[in-house]
Design a protein around this ligand. Structure first.
Ligand SMILES: [Zn+2]
Ligand SMILES: [Zn+2]
Length: 148
């Protein structure tokens, strides 16, 4: 989708990053996926188009894009596996099921006042926050109901 590619191109340039085919392909892969992906999953998806691609290149690219807030990293609790997704255009928090790893974005943010008070007490100019909420989704809870 060339229109989308142009948007990524602009976003990269705005952040002072070089536009490379690999970066564009990685962003497109994240965008196409309904769920966040691990670096390994991204590697599997991109490998066929980039013969010389290595997993460490994927990690480096993700680091760069996370550093510029184009990609968000969330770490799941079990084994600390990191998952990556496009930074949502709308601020939201993730509700993560620890059993099936389904992620539901919650758009409600209760932390505005909290940020203000931190800014006041520390003198920081706050640029954002991340909050992940863990639990077991209704479907998984049903599966684990003890039998009578
Ligand atoms: Zn679940
Ligand atoms: Zn928030």
């Amino acid at each position: 989708m060339p229109e989308q590619e142009n948007r990524y191109r602009e976003k990269l340039l705005e952040r002072g990053l070089k536009v490379t085919r690999q970066r564009l392909a990685l962003l497109a892969a994240l965008n196409q996926s309904d769920t966040p992906l691990t670096a390994e999953e991204l590697f599997m998806r991109l490998r066929k188009d980039f013969a010389t691609l290595s997993l460490s290149t994927i990690y480096r690219t993700l680091d760069t894009l996370c550093g510029k807030q184009m990609v968000a990293r969330s770490v799941l609790m079990d084994g600390g596996r990191a998952m990556f997704e496009m930074t949502p255009e709308v601020h939201c928090h993730n509700l993560i099921c620890t059993v099936c790893h389904r992620i539901v974005p919650i758009q409600d943010c209760p932390l505005g006042a909290y940020e203000d008070s931190i800014a006041r007490t520390t003198g920081y100019k706050i640029s954002g926050h991340k909050l992940e909420v863990y639990g077991i989704c209704p479907q998984c809870r049903n599966n684990f109901k003890p039998r009578e």
